[in-house]
Design a protein around this ligand. Structure first.
Ligand code: GDP
Ligand code: MN
Length: 387
């Protein structure tokens, strides 16, 4: 679960990381009132779950009420790479002497937490990593020992932080590590971590992702999900307890088992198609569950054809077929379906589908065959006789 900048900063503050205080607002009037109260100059920042807001014009300094009003009006409603700005964060503008970079994440291949630090902050860190890898310090942490102040000092020194802020950077790094660890974050990143002319080290930006599976341990964080910016179908799926991720193609995908769904996405892509979603129907095969899944698939207007990929193990293909027939009787989908049934009772399942003669439903035996059929159907081409 990704947090907005200001929510990340609130977590930072709880763990003693220095941030500027500010206020989240949703209207121009509230933005102006907040700016007047905070005192000028202020910075007005778009709160969206995407980076590069500055470059896109979503971060602006305002010297007075009039500028605050102008910028707030311009940024609210702005579309930043497909993310519409509905919330602004107003904070007192900082003077910047230097922009550093700091992050903590889990390095899965090393099986250890990884702290990264660079004095080349404020810019695209991937670029720094590529062009001047020696300027990005990578420090693995022994999870049992944690990150000590001394470790922080060593990282700051290695990275070439100014001598008078080594301690301040070390404090920021250890606090960031605490955020990452105690909040069950998968990523905690600050870009830029600034040094002010008064030589204070402060987080000017925050990018925090929390582990959704650990949210039950953090009742305070449960309310942080950005539900108003969340995709409405994904939100509905979450409420219904279905694993659904929206993608940007036009072929609806459903399978039983996350691994099978992943490979279905691959096979469809290989056949030249673009999946519209990931949907794992899990082990269930009753009509109600299938109807719920079909409803979700078809809630996405972009879907032109659907691939149902079922591998029967414990799930019996004949039951799935019965579920589909019952579900179709109610839903009557208007887009073509390809149904691949393989495994336990697949012959019986395909026979049932054939008997039911559902309009616009095509049976397939193999995954590749199914993928080719659905790609053709999505492109408006005819395929062999329907089931
Ligand atoms: P991002 O573009 O989405 O990463 O948003 P950031 O929060 O990192 O802001 C982008 C840039 O705006 C920063 O790198 C700074 O250069 C600038 N900026 C943000 N806040 C302030 C501020 O308080 N004072 C000054 N002078 N510049 C700021
Ligand atoms: Mn940034």
């Amino acid at each position: 679960m990704d947090l907005l900048e200001y929510q990340g900063k609130q977590l930072f503050a709880r763990h003693g990381l220095k941030v500027s205080s500010g206020k989240p607002v949703k209207t121009v009037e509230d933005a102006v009132a907040a700016a007047d109260e905070i005192g000028y100059p202020v910075v007005i920042k778009a709160q969206v779950l995407i980076g590069g807001r500055g470059k896109a014009g979503g971060v602006k300094l305002a010297a007075d009420t009039q500028e605050a009003r102008e910028h707030a009006a311009n940024i609210l409603g702005m579309d930043i790479k497909g993310h519409v700005v509905r919330t602004l964060w107003i904070e007192h503008a900082s003077d910047i002497a230097a922009e550093y970079y700091a992050s903590v994440l889990l390095d899965r291949s090393a099986k250890q937490p990884l702290v990264m630090f660079s004095v080349e902050g404020g810019v695209d860190i991937e670029e720094v990593a590529e062009r001047t890898p020696e300027k990005l310090i990578r420090h693995h942490v022994d999870a049992l020992q944690g990150l000590s102040h001394e470790d922080g000092v060593e990282i700051a020194r290695k990275g070439g932080a100014d001598a008078d802020v080594i301690d301040g950077v070390a404090d920021a790094l250890t606090a960031l590590y605490e955020v990452w660890l105690q909040e069950d974050a998968t990523l905690a990143e600050i870009n830029p971590l600034i040094v002010t002319p008064e030589r204070e080290v402060r987080a000017l930006d925050a990018k925090v992702s929390l582990d959704g599976n650990a949210l039950y341990r953090h009742p305070d964080s449960q309310g942080l999900s950005d539900s108003e910016n969340e995709d409405p179908i994904e939100r509905r799926a979450k409420q219904e307890g279905v694993q659904y991720v929206k993608l940007d193609g036009d072929i609806g995908i459903l399978g039983n088992g996350a691994g099978l769904v992943m490979s279905t996405l691959d096979v469809v892509a290989q056949a030249g198609g673009r999946p519209a979603n990931f949907l794992d129907a899990g082990g269930g095969s009753d009509a109600e569950k299938i109807k719920q899944a079909v409803d979700l698939l078809l809630a996405n207007d972009a879907v032109k054809a659907v691939l149902f990929n079922i591998f029967g193990g414990i799930t019996r293909c004949d039951e799935v077929a019965r579920g589909l027939i019952a579900a179709f009787a109610e839903i009557k989908p208007s887009v073509p379906f390809v149904v691949r049934l393989d495994g336990t009772n697949d012959v019986e399942g395909r026979r049932l589908l054939q008997e039911a003669a559902l309009p616009n439903v095509h049976a397939a035996k193999t995954m590749n065959e199914a993928a080719e059929m659905v790609v053709a159907l999505a492109a408006g081409q005819p395929v062999g006789a329907g089931a």
